[in-house]
Design a protein around this ligand. Structure first.
Ligand code: SF4
Length: 309
C-alpha cells in the first residue's frame, strides 16, 4: 500500500511524510533531532550519507523530523553550496530505493513528483513537457534519439527512475527561505558553519578577466555551486583549455560542483585534452542552447583577440 511510515521515511518530501508530521509542533525538534539534522547535512557534504536503519517507528518519526529540521536549517542559511549538496545526496538516496520499490509505489511517487506516465502497447510514455523538464541534459536524452507520438515520449523504467531522481533534486533545491526561525535552528546553523571545512571558490584567480557572456554565465553558476548539464560542463572545460588553463586548475575549479567526483572529472578532462577537442564555434554553442548574446565573433575564443588579450 502507498503511504505509511516506511514509505514516508524513504521519501521524506512526500505528502505521506507531511501527513505523519502534521500534528507535530516545532517543540518536537529536540536537541537530539537538531543534531541528527546537522549530521544529515554534513553527511551530504562529505558524501557519507547512508540508508537509515531503525529500531522502530519512533526512530523513523525522528528521522522524518530531522529531515524537516535540515530543510529549515538550509532555508535559513541560504547557502547554495550546502543546499545543492544536500539535494544531490538526498536525490541519490531516493534513486537507490527505487529499484526495490513496488511498481505501485514508484508510480505513486512519480505522479507526486510531477512525472505521471502511461503504459501503452508495451511502451512507457510521458508527456513531452515532462520529459523536457526532468531529464538530465545529456546526449542520451536528446529528442533526436527519441520516439515521439501525439505529444508523448517513450522512455524506459530506469529512465523514469532517473527522471524521478532529477525531480527530487530540483524539488529540494527550491527550498523556501526561512526567516526568523526558532533559536534551535539558528544555533544549529551556526554550529554547522563552525564545523564546515573552510572552503574557497577554487582556482578562481585564473578565471578573473574578460570572458564572453556565455562563459561568464557558466563561471558564475560554478561559483554559486550550481549543477550544470553535461554539454555546459564540456563547453566550459574545452574553453578553459583553450585559454590555457591546466587540467589541475580546471579540475580544481570544477570541484565547486555539488556533485563533483574527482575521479570522473579527471577522466573527462584528460580525455577531452587527449582527444584534442577544440572550442566550439558560436554557431555550435547556439545549438547547445548556451549562447547568451550576439557578439559577432564567430568563436568564443575570439573574445580575447577582440579584447586585446
Ligand atoms: S555569440 Fe559566441 S561568444 Fe557570444 S555569447 Fe554567443 S556563443 Fe558566446
Amino acid at each position: 500500500m502507498v503511504g505509511g511510515i516506511d514509505f514516508a521515511v524513504r521519501y521524506p518530501f512526500t505528502s505521506a511524510a507531511k501527513e505523519i508530521l502534521k500534528s507535530d509542533s516545532f517543540a518536537a525538534v529536540t536537541d537530539e533531532i537538531a543534531d541528527m539534522a546537522v549530521r544529515r547535512i554534513t553527511d551530504a557534504l562529505n558524501g557519507t550519507a547512508r540508508k537509515g536503519v531503525y529500531a522502530g517507528n519512533e526512530e523513523k518519526r525522528e528521522d522524518l523530523l530531522a529531515y524537516a529540521a535540515a530543510r529549515m536549517i538550509l532555508g535559513y542559511m541560504r547557502n547554495n553550496y550546502l543546499t545543492n549538496k544536500f539535494a544531490v545526496s538526498e536525490s541519490k538516496k531516493v534513486r537507490s530505493f527505487l529499484d526495490d520499490e513496488s511498481m505501485e509505489n514508484v508510480d505513486a511517487l512519480a505522479t507526486e513528483l510531477g512525472i505521471p506516465s502511461v503504459r501503452k502497447e508495451n511502451a512507457l510514455l510521458v508527456r513531452l513537457p515532462v520529459f523536457l523538464r526532468f531529464t538530465p541534459r545529456s546526449p542520451h536524452y536528446q529528442l533526436i534519439n527519441r520516439r515521439i507520438t501525439s505529444g508523448f515520449v517513450a522512455i524506459t523504467e530506469p529512465e523514469k527512475k532517473r527522471m524521478m531522481e532529477e525531480a527530487v533534486r530540483k524539488h529540494i533545491e527550491r527550498l523556501p527561505l526561512v526567516k526568523n526561525p526558532p533559536e534551535r535552528i539558528v544555533s544549529s546553523a551556526k554550529r554547522l558553519l563552525d564545523e564546515l571545512p573552510k572552503r574557497e571558490i577554487r582556482a578562481v584567480a585564473e578565471l578573473e578577466g574578460s570572458h564572453p557572456p556565455c562563459i561568464v554565465e557558466l563561471i558564475d553558476a560554478v561559483k554559486k555551486h550550481q549543477n550544470l548539464p553535461h554539454p555546459a560542463r564540456f563547453y566550459l572545460a574545452v574553453y578553459l583549455m583553450g585559454i590555457g588553463l591546466s587540467n589541475e586548475k580546471i579540475i580544481s575549479f570544477f570541484s565547486n560542483f555539488p556533485d563533483f567526483s574527482e575521479k570522473i572529472t579527471k577522466y573527462q578532462v584528460e580525455h577531452a585534452r587527449k582527444r584534442g577537442y577544440s572550442v566550439p564555434s558560436c554557431a555550435s554553442v547556439v545549438g547547445y542552447g548556451l549562447c547568451r548574446a550576439n557578439c559577432g565573433i564567430g568563436s568564443p575564443l575570439n573574445w580575447h583577440k577582440r579584447a586585446g588579450k
